[in-house]
Design a protein around this ligand. Structure first.
Ligand code: KIV
Ligand code: ZN
Length: 511
């Protein structure tokens, strides 16, 4: 057993399976660069066979990143594995992660395959994957509800076929820490040649136990944890990377393991993922929540001031808080902005794009005296978001609120090359704005979520709005940022409509 714990990040694949969180190639590239800076060992960049867009995204990440292994997911089918193999080809170090379900319920109702057929498909996919890379991972989907004897047989065969990493997923978030650790221990004990491969754990959070289960697997021999930034992921999410890493680091006395993670990059990674996906982080979330290091009670405050360790088991700085640096202001010039973008690893395809960002920065600086790194990140996300598809574009917005009268909003938007306007009342200025937009577009969508987050502190902070819309089974998240939250809301709503209009279809890996 090695004393290293491999951190396999699947924010760009399982994280992307969160409702509405699907990401463009540029978005994935920005997150991948931050994951590389964070020091994750493996980046699962996507599911290459899902869509041409995801294939291109995995390929682009494979081209751009050299400090982490780049992985693509693939169902156990020849086509999926070959697509994954082609997508990771440019990577300095590339991995194919192939999987097939092994539980009776999945084999009977989803795959309609016998045990022998499942084993045959798993072994065949590994052989095909080995044509592209010698770094092949196999997952027994729904291992949590699979029969132990069958699991042992499957893993035995895939080790013989040449896979190097054996991933054991709790696909449905059903396990509890004791049972999950025990399952890992038994597999390592019973599978022949188990010491020749790396055992990995992949937990979902349906019972709120993904991190606890992952750690229990680690205590029982797993040396790779699959996780996501902010615990993003399918349904209740995956094990959160920041919680796993900080638990292993803070309780080194128990785990006696190291990771390659630069923990000071955790908060920047969390903020980037949240701003790109539109999934806000709850304030009381461990490690990356706004209150994670805030001491409210007088006794705690007094204790921390006298000796930090009285109430803190790790420092805010060690996970990257305090990155809230004042960077630029109204008088800052192009060079200063360019340097700050470079420091934030934000690249522009050409000078025109940089000039557009500079102009937006100037507009923002007119309304907000202090511009922080987070404002610059939001500004770039907002720019990227508005480029998704500019079919609907906000031209102007006027909203009026006054005590005792119903708020009213007038919205002008361009649709293709035409401009249209509407004026409506609503329960509040945001409600009136959305109603006015709907009066123009009649989208037939259902609003599933509306959330506002301040990007930095203070009443002049930019508000970052997420709007989730659904239509005919499709769900999209739209985002917008502005110092005026009514404007941010209108941008977010139009961004969601643009994504729906942009009707790009992708397959889901588990179907
Ligand atoms: O949850 C799961 O089983 C997965 C596999 C594809 C690893 O995401
Ligand atoms: Zn999963």
């Amino acid at each position: 057993m090695t004393d290293k714990l491999i951190i396999f990040d699947t924010t760009l694949r399982d994280g992307e399976q969160s409702p509405g969180a699907s990401m463009t190639r540029e978005m994935k590239l920005r997150i991948a660069r931050q994951l590389e800076k964070l020091g994750v060992n493996v980046i699962e960049a996507g599911f290459a066979a899902a869509s041409p867009g995801d294939f291109e995204a995995v390929k682009a990440v494979a081209e751009a990143i050299s400090g982490s292994t780049i992985c693509s997911l693939a169902r156990a089918s020849e086509n999926d594995v070959r697509r994954a193999g082609e997508a990771i080809k440019p990577a300095k170090s590339g991995r194919i992660h192939t999987f097939i379900a092994t539980s009776p319920i999945h084999m009977e109702h989803k795959l309609r395959m016998s045990k022998d057929q499942v084993i045959e498909r798993a072994a065949m996919s590994i052989k095909t994957a080995l044509e592209y890379t010698d770094d092949v991972e196999f997952s027994a989907e729904d291992a949590v509800r699979s029969d132990m004897d069958f699991l042992v047989q499957v893993f035995d065969e895939v080790i013989k076929a040449g896979a190097k990493t054996m991933n054991v997923p709790d696909t449905v978030g059903y396990s509890i820490p004791f049972a999950w650790g025990e399952r890992m221990r038994q597999l390592i004990e019973l599978v022949p040649n188990s010491d020749k491969v790396i055992w990995s754990t992949h937990c979902h959070n349906d019972l709120g136990l993904a991190v606890a289960n992952s750690l229990s697997a680690v205590l029982n021999g797993a040396r790779q944890v699959e996780c996501t930034i902010n615990g993003l992921g399918e349904r209740a999410g995956n094990a959160s990377l920041e919680e796993v890493v900080m638990a292993v680091k803070t309780r080194r006395d128990i785990f006696n393991l190291d990771t390659s993670i630069d923990t000071t990059q955790i908060v920047p990674a969390s903020k980037l993922v949240s701003s790109i996906t539109g999934y806000p982080v709850q304030p009381n979330k461990a490690i990356v929540g706004a209150n994670a290091f805030a001491h409210e009670s007088g006794i705690h405050q007094d204790g921390v001031l006298k000796h930090r360790e009285t109430y803190e088991i790790m420092s805010a700085e060690s996970v990257g808080w305090n990155a809230n640096k004042l960077t630029l202001g109204k008088l800052s010039g192009r060079n200063a902005l360019r340097q700050r973008f470079t420091a934030l690893d934000i690249e522009f395809a050409n000078e025109e794009e940089f000039v557009a960002a500079f102009n937006r920065f100037k507009e923002l600086a007119d309304r907000k005296t202090e511009i922080f790194d987070e404002d610059l990140q939001a500004l770039v996300s907002d720019e990227a978001v508005s480029k998704v598809n500019e079919y609907y574009r906000l031209v102007s917005l006027r909203a009026h609120c006054e005590t005792g009268i119903l708020p009213i909003a007038r919205v002008v938007i361009s649709i293709g090359d035409k401009q249209q306007d509407a004026e409506t009342q609503g329960g509040g200025p945001v409600d009136a704005t959305f109603k006015a937009i709907e009066q123009i577009v009649s989208s037939g969508t259902e609003l599933q979520l509306y959330s506002v987050n301040n990007i930095t502190s203070g009443t002049d902070a930019q508000g970052e709005v997420t709007v989730r819309l659904s239509k005919g089974g499709r769900i999209v998240n739209g985002q917008g940022a502005d110092t005026d939250i009514v404007v941010a809301s209108a941008k977010a709503y139009l961004n969601a409509l643009n994504k729906l209009h942009n009707n790009s279809e992708r397959a889901h890996p588990q179907i």
